[in-house]
Every structure is written in C-alpha cells, then in structure tokens.
Design a protein around this ligand. Structure first.
Ligand code: NDP
Length: 254
C-alpha cells in the first residue's frame, strides 16, 4: 500500500483513531493534512508523522462546525500540496441526550458528525475526481440502531445519516472514478467516551462490560480501525465502493 505522492486529509487527526491513521499513512509515505481544533495535539502528531517519513504534514486548525474553517481545509491543502487523493472524514463527537432535552444536542451531533463531512466532501470532490481519489467516512455501529444502556440518541441519528451519505455519494461519484466507503467501529479504546462526558471510572467499567459481552471478548484498539481505513483508501480496495465496514469484535452478532 504505497501512498507516496498521495495527499491525504484527515479530520480529527489530533486524537484517537485520526491520530493513529495519520501515523499509519506516514509509514506509507503519504503527504498529510492534519486538522482538528487542538493545535498542540496536532503539532505532536505532526512531529510523529515527520519522524516516520521526513515529510512535514500541513496542519490546518479547524472547527468542522464552522463553514469557513472547512473551506480553509480545502483551500490550504490545494495551495500547499496542489491535489487531494484521500479524504478521511473522521472528526466526531459522542453527543448524548434524551428526546426530552430539546433540539440543541441534535444540532450539535448533526453539525459535527455529518454536516461537516457533507460540506468537506462537496468541496473536495472536484479534486478527488481529478485524482480518481476516494473518501473514507468514520461512522459507527451506532448507525444500525440504538446502543442499549447509552443515551446516544443524537449520535446514533448522525451516524445513520453518515452511512446513507456514504452510499448516495458512492453511487453519484462512482462513474467518475471516485470511491466512497465507511468504517463502522464498535467500542474502541480512545478518548472518545471521556469526550462524551463519561468519567474515567465509567469508561474502565464500560470497556470491561463491553469486552465481556463481545464474542471476541475485547474492545477494538485504535490502530485496528486505522488499518481498515488505510486499506479501504488504498488501491488494493479498488473494487470497493459504497460499502459499510463493521469492525466491532462481533458486537453486532449479540
Ligand atoms: P477522539 O475523541 O479521540 O477523537 C475525536 C476527534 O474529533 C478529535 O481529534 C477531535 O479534535 C475531533 N473533533 C471533534 N469535534 C470537532 C470539531 N467540532 N471540529 C474539529 N474536530 C473535531 O475519538 P475517536 O478517535 O474514537 O473518534 C474518531 C471517530 O470514530 C469519531 O467520528 C467517532 O464517532 C468514531 N467512533 C468512535 C468509537 C469509539 O468507541 N471510540 C466507536 C465508533 C465510532 P479536536 O478536539 O482537536 O477538535
């Protein structure tokens, strides 16, 4: 899987799965565009990538809920590298709420988890058509239904929308040589649960309980999800588009 001379944009590259996949792309000689809000973390990941392949990533500090920031990601990438080969729509937040909590949490989940991917993909598409590139959307098993015991209503809805987005755009862009796929992780060991408001103790308990209930008796590691993203965006996956890839230690079976 050689990504030399390929330009890869990763949203949410400052933490978790996005940070892991950035380093993995660097190992395959990719030119990277790392985005997120936390500049300090982006700098740390950027240094790790540069140590691997000697290529300095472009950092674009961006809040994906801000349209101007999304435009900046594409403009800066083209200005700096001149092309886009892969877009990884990974930024996401686990918005928790009940239906009684009003529409604000819903708006937040939609803005961060799907509207951002819609706008960024739209702006990147002319360049992806030019490069015959591809998109990988990071969705979730939450796309398939509610998660028992977790108040993830807005999150589940946003990820279900993302899967439909993957399929519709794959159908539209296929004839122009652009592939669009989705990776749908189950519980994965990253700062995600804490960012969603669970305490450290809750998270430890959650991982243990989940691991015990999964057929493979473990939760996923972020590198495992990163591997799948890398594969789907590589030429080895050239016949795959519109697919939704579950990586969940068997969670969906139970
Ligand atoms: P992390 O919390 O570690 O990473 C989330 C990333 O999203 C961070 O880099 C964060 O960057 C970025 N982000 C969040 N909100 C914004 C925003 N408004 N603007 C820009 N960037 C933003 O979690 P994961 O690595 O686990 O999450 C990555 C993806 O994986 C998400 O889409 C998540 O839904 C999905 N996923 C995770 C699962 C898990 O169990 N961990 C399971 C299923 C799916 P910053 O803070 O710098 O802005």
């Amino acid at each position: 899987m050689d990504f030399s001379n390929k330009v890869v944009i990763i949203t949410g590259a400052s933490s978790g799965i996005g940070a892991s996949v950035a380093v993995l792309y660097a190992k395959q000689s990719a030119k990277l565009v790392l985005t997120g809000r936390n500049e300090q973390s982006l700098n740390t990941i950027s240094k790790q990538c540069e140590e691997v392949n000697g290529i300095k990533p472009l950092i674009v500090k961006a809040d994906v809920t801000d349209d101007n920031d999304i435009k900046k990601i594409v403009l800066n990438t083209i200005e700096h590298f001149g092309r886009i080969d892969v877009l990884v729509n990974n930024a996401g937040v686990g918005v928790r709420a009940s239906i009684l909590d009003g529409v604000k949490p819903f708006d937040e989940a939609i803005a961060t988890n799907i509207r951002s991917a819609y706008l960024l993909t739209s702006l990147a598409t002319p360049y992806l058509i030019e490069s015959k590139g591809n998109v990988v959307n990071v969705s979730s098993v939450a796309a398939f239904g509610p998660i028992k015991g977790v108040d993830f209503l807005p999150y589940c809805i946003s990820k279900a929308a993302m899967d439909q987005f993957t399929k519709c755009v794959a159908l539209e862009l296929g004839p122009q040589g652009v592939r669009v796929n989705s990776v749908n992780p189950g519980c994965t060991r990253t700062p995600f649960a804490e960012a969603a408001g669970f305490t450290k103790d809750n998270v430890t308990q959650l991982y243990t309980q989940r691991a015990e209930s999964y057929p493979l008796r473990k939760v996923a590691e972020r590198d495992e999800v990163a591997d799948l993203i890398l594969y789907l965006s590589s030429d080895r996956a050239r016949s795959i588009t519109g697919s939704v890839y579950v990586i969940d230690n068997g969670e969906m079976l139970v």
